[in-house]
Design a binder for this molecule. Structure first.
Ligand code: PRF
Length: 372
């Protein structure tokens, strides 16, 4: 197997897991947040900067890299690691989710999904075999199966058909995968918000012996409490000796709640996207830096933060950069937000180590302004 999960300990207070994932490009300490580098770059960040804030693994996208610059080109460059100058672990998503997000631009069948490019309108076809071919060319350490993420809300019959097709697609992904010894293929559990369908998907997906499993189909517009409920009856049935990945989740409260419910890995565009728009996540809640009240505020974005942005620049200066349309503005807030989330995960790991994750949640929520 390409990767190996090592369970280090379970928090006595919360049941959360502390672990390590051994990959061909090094060890990842879990629970972990993966910054998103959709187009072979984490927007506004150099790999060197990512290393400074201790990013351990990043995520990239099959759909985008297939359309541009093309997976064959990335393969010619020596693979994605070499192409983008990132020598630590990478995970690629299969493109299923991105294609389904295209709405009217796509058509689903048993064979796969026909869609039009968001770039030039050209017609393409993604299937389990094609997605894996692309992921094999890109060469990430962890590759995701080609699945269908049902929308929310969706009726039972739709979700049932869709999860059953996802299982058949997983079988085709496994058969198409050329490098199981150096790329770990993860299966994705679907089933929407229906308990029996989640259990059906679990049974089907777990019948394939894979190096890791993801929970998909969550954070698609449902209330947070509903997502937590689905996790509560899903994760206890997942293998204890394999990593568990909750796809597309990355707000601070959901990260903590996800870890408490047994999740090891997360990704989300949230911190980088809101950062580019001028919203900082800080230890005392969100700071919307364009707000007039920061015009003469010479404090750092987060007074309790020791990242490069916070050690060097004031809110007033960063606000000025945004107002003036300077690209440094996006860079500085992205850097801070990723540092903030990676540091949150580090504190979560420490709290698990010391059996006090529920105490940590209470303190964090109080400071951040969340209600428990
Ligand atoms: N499937 C895949 N990628 C995803 C999701 C999914 O269900 C989600 C759901 N939030 C985010 N990214 N392949």
């Amino acid at each position: 197997m390409a990767i190996k999960y090592e369970l280090i300990k379970v928090c006595k207070q919360s049941g959360a897991r502390l672990g390590k994932i051994h990959t061909p490009h090094g060890v990842i300490e879990t629970p972990i947040f993966m910054p998103v580098g959709t187009q072979a770059t984490v927007k506004a960040m150099t790999p060197e900067e990512l290393k400074k804030i201790e990013a351990q693994i990043i995520l990239s996208n099959t759909y985008h890299l297939y359309l541009r610059p093309g997976h064959k080109l990335v393969e010619k460059a020596g693979g994605l690691h070499k192409f983008m100058n990132w020598d630590k672990p990478i995970l690629t998503d299969s493109g299923g989710f991105q294609v389904f997000s295209l709405g009217d631009l796509r058509k689903i069948s048993e064979e796969g999904v026909e869609f039009r490019s968001h770039i030039d309108g050209s017609k393409h076809f993604l299937s389990p075999e094609k997605a894996i071919e692309i992921e094999n060319s890109l060469g990430a350490d962890i590759i995701m199966a080609f699945d269908e993420c049902a929308p929310y809300p969706a009726d039972r019959q739709y979700v049932k058909n869709s999860l059953e097709r996802t299982t058949r697609w997983l079988k085709r992904c496994i058969d198409a995968h050329k490098y199981p010894e150096r790329q770990a293929l993860f299966g994705i559990i679907q089933g929407g918000m229906y308990k029996d369908l989640r259990h059906q998907s679990l049974n089907e997906i777990l019948s394939f012996d894979l190096p890791g499993y993801a929970v998909g189909g969550l954070s698609v517009g449902e209330p947070k409490d509903l997502m937590y409920e689905v996790l509560e009856y899903t994760t206890p049935l997942m293998p204890k000796d394999k990593p568990r990945y909750l796809m597309g989740v990355g707000s601070p409260d959901c990260l903590i709640e996800g870890v408490i419910r047994g999740i090891d890995m997360f990704d989300c565009v949230h911190p980088t996207r809101i950062g580019r728009n001028g919203t900082a996540m800080t230890s005392i809640g969100r700071v919307v830096i364009k707000n007039a009240k920061y015009a003469e505020d010479f404090m750092p974005l987060d007074p309790n933060c020791d990242c490069y942005t916070c050690k060097s620049y004031s809110r007033a200066y960063i606000r000025h950069l945004f107002k003036a349309g300077e690209i440094l503005a996006s860079r500085l807030v992205t850097y801070h937000n990723l540092h903030f989330l990676l540091n949150l995960m580090k504190e979560i790991r420490q709290a698990i180590m010391e059996d006090r994750l529920l105490d940590y949640r209470r303190e964090f929520f109080q400071k951040y302004g969340y209600t428990l």
